[in-house]
Design a protein around this ligand. Sequence first.
Ligand code: SF4
Length: 118
Amino acid sequence: MTKMICIACPVGCHLLVDDEMHVSGNKCMRGEKYAIEEMTHPTRILTTTVKTTSLLTPRLSVKTKDPIPKELIFEALQLLEGIIIDNDVKIGDVVIPNILNTGIDMVATKSVTINPFH
Ligand code: SF4
C-alpha cells in the first residue's frame, strides 16, 4: 500500500494505492489519474529562473510548457544553470526548445529587455 497526497487541486486528498493499483481516498477521478501516473510515470512542471545579461533583470523566470519526467528535473536544472539570456524575450517565448529531448519547451514566464536604454 502506498500513501500520497493528491496535488491536482488545493483539497489535497490523502490517497492510498494498493498493489493492484486500486486507488482510494480520492474525492474525484483526477485523484485516481494522478495516483496512477505518480506510481508509473511521475511528472512535474519545472519552474525556475535563468541568468540574463540585463542589469535591471538579472534573472528571467521560466517554466516547462508541460510536465516533464520527474527523474529529469535535476538534469534540467543543471542544464539551465549554464544558460545566459542575452537577447530580449517576451512572455511565452521559447527559451529552450525540446529540453533534454522530452519534446517539451522551456518558455519565459515574464518579459525582459536586455538594454532598455537603447
Ligand atoms: S482527488 Fe480530486 S478533490 Fe481530491 S485533491 Fe485530487 S483533484 Fe482535488
